[in-house]
Design a protein around this ligand. Structure first.
Ligand SMILES: O=C(O)c1ccccc1NCC(=O)[C@H](O)[C@H](O)COP(=O)(O)O
Length: 207
């Protein structure tokens, strides 16, 4: 099970979290987010063994492509209403495309078929007007309606209190690829509590 820690922002904190060896670290390029990464020099703290993910919300395509190329991102996470054609523009041998969807009880998983060729993985987060980082879970039972073969990250309000429930989803036989954790491991927006991150990573490795 892959581990993605999202919403990193501060240099020293990134250096501490890097020591815990998550698989992916996410950086938010959405100015309305309190985790918006305004100082890109922090990216220098990440070794090549950890995948750097640029998270965009309905960004201008050219701006996003430039950021990915200029800062050597390994993956993009498209967290808005991006269409398959837009997602395809990032696909290359070296850049992974993660397409995020906000899920609620009305979510129609059959709509995802059209993203079959334009992304590598999905990410299922809790639907919200702020797009992400809410700390709220969605009803994971609804994932029983997911019938596609594409692997996905589970996201939205995952923390030390509910990590054990992830087993339930695995029991559904779904292609869960990784877990994405963010605000439940924070001291304040963008600043991770390294002790909580360590505990979470240890627990996930035991799942
Ligand atoms: O984290 C944000 O502030 C954010 C804002 C806008 C779009 C995406 C954002 N985060 C992306 C993530 O992948 C988060 O980890 C995901 O939303 C889950 O967050 P949380 O519910 O806090 O665990």
């Amino acid at each position: 099970m892959k581990i993605k820690i999202c919403g990193m922002k501060f240099r020293e904190n990134i250096e501490d979290v890097v020591q815990l060896k998550p698989d992916y670290l996410g950086f938010i390029f959405y100015p309305q987010s309190p985790r918006y990464v305004d100082d890109l020099s922090v990216l220098k703290a990440i070794p090549s063994s950890i995948k750097k993910v640029a998270v965009f919300v309905n960004a201008k395509l050219q701006d996003a492509l430039e950021i990915v190329a200029d800062y050597d991102f390994n993956a993009v996470q498209l967290h808005g209403n991006e269409k398959p054609d837009y997602c395809s523009q990032f696909k290359s041998a070296t850049v992974e495309v993660i397409k995020a969807f906000g899920v609620n009880n009305e979510f129609d998983f059959s709509d995802l078929k059209r993203y079959k060729d334009s992304c590598d993985t999905f990410l299922f987060d809790t639907k919200s007007d702020s797009h992400g980082g809410t700390g709220k879970t969605f009803n994971w039972d609804i994932l029983k309606n997911y019938k596609e073969p594409k692997p996905f990250f589970l996201s939205g309000g995952i923390g030390l209190d509910n990590l054990h429930e992830v087993n339930t989803i695995q029991n559904y036989g779904l292609p869960i690829y990784g877990l994405d954790l963010n605000s439940k491991l924070e001291v304040s927006p963008g600043l991770k509590d390294t002790q909580k991150v360590k505990e979470a990573i240890d627990k996930i490795k035991g799942i």
